[in-house]
Design a protein around this ligand. Structure first.
Ligand code: R5P
Length: 317
């Protein structure tokens, strides 16, 4: 039996094609089944969507990460449009990984703020609320003029590392931007904190300039929100090892693992690379040190609490 009472707005969970295994896991935990949806392509690749069940008056949750290709985002938008036109009572966009979020300010002339554009599109397509995990910047919540439940994958990682019973733990932020996340981890794992001064010498090219904090002889856990090409993390692992760290672990919520990431991380002296399943990773991007942890329990609870109008922040108490 599900632990969440059904309200007057019976819940309906549907999935795009970006990460169906995660959606199925969430549905299972909610004692539910995914709503039947037809997702097809026209000959030119254009997306066709049809919801095959009655959604009138229902509390609809659409789970779709918006990692590349851009069709993932389009599918989410078109699914929401279909649900809205079919008279769903309330639509929640469940976006485990919110892509295009790195461009969140105009830091050079003539660049876009894609994170704001994405938020506008999600609202325009019909979302009444958004449920997402580890935004690239927490303040992206304010880019939406809708209620946003911003979940942290931290409890999933903290539980994972507590089971390992590591001693002398230092949580290392691979750059200044991830220091806040790392500080939270360090507190929960009773560890200390170190911060890497990282410079970018070009897009996706990272260089470690300095490590602030004591890592000698310690078990280091590098924590970030995402691994893209793996440059940041691989450089950080080598730098920590050179400074005399004991074992180095990596954790990151969103495993984009694009380009040379698998090669770089496989070549680095890292004990384990823990990521979550917010992004569905094809088997050819799995490697021996990779450990995938599930956020399905977190999402199922957040959806259950939302559906029954309970506090979602209680998840993190
Ligand atoms: C930077 O702000 C992010 O938190 C990540 O450190 C970065 O996006 C990772 O990119 P890559 O894996 O390509 O170094």
């Amino acid at each position: 039996m599900a632990e969440f009472p059904l309200t007057s707005k019976p819940m309906l969970l549907m999935s795009g094609s970006a990460n169906r295994p995660l959606a199925e896991e969430v549905a299972h935990l909610l004692d539910s089944k995914l709503c039947k949806v037809t997702l097809k392509r026209f000959a030119d690749g254009e997306i066709f969507v049809k919801i095959d069940e009655n959604v009138r008056g229902r509390d609809v949750y659409i789970l779709q990460s918006t990692n590349p290709p851009a069709e993932n985002l389009l599918e989410l938008l078109i699914l929401m449009d279909a649900a809205r036109r079919a008279s769903a009572a309330r639509i929640t966009a469940v976006i485990p990984y919110f892509g295009y979020a790195r461009q969140d300010r105009k830091d050079q002339p003539r660049v876009a703020i894609s994170a704001k554009l994405m938020a506008n599109m999600v609202s325009t397509a019909g979302a009444d609320r958004v449920l997402a995990i580890d935004f690239h910047q927490h303040q992206l919540q304010g880019f939406f003029d809708l209620p946003v439940d911003h979940l942290y994958a931290a409890p999933v990682f903290v539980q994972h590392y507590r089971q390992k019973q590591l001693e002398d733990v230092v949580v290392v932020a691979p750059d200044v931007g991830s220091a806040k996340m790392a500080r939270g981890f360090a507190k929960r794992l009773n560890g200390s904190l170190a911060i890497i001064d990282k410079r970018r010498t070009g897009p996706n090219v990272a260089e470690v300039v300095n490590v602030v904090g004591d890592v000698v002889g310690k078990n280091c856990i590098l924590a970030d929100d995402m691994i893209d090409t793996g440059g940041t993390m691989a450089e950080a692992v080598f730098a920590l090892k050179e400074l005399g760290a004991k074992d180095v672990y990596i954790c990151a919520t969103h495993a984009l693992l694009s380009g040379p990431a698998v090669e770089r991380l496989s070549a680095a002296p890292v004990t384990e690379v823990a990521v979550t399943n917010t992004i569905a990773l094809p088997l050819d991007r799995h490697f021996p040190a990779l450990k995938i942890l599930s956020v399905a329990g977190l999402l199922a609870k957040a959806i259950g609490y939302t559906n029954s109008d309970q506090s979602v922040s209680a998840l993190f108490d």
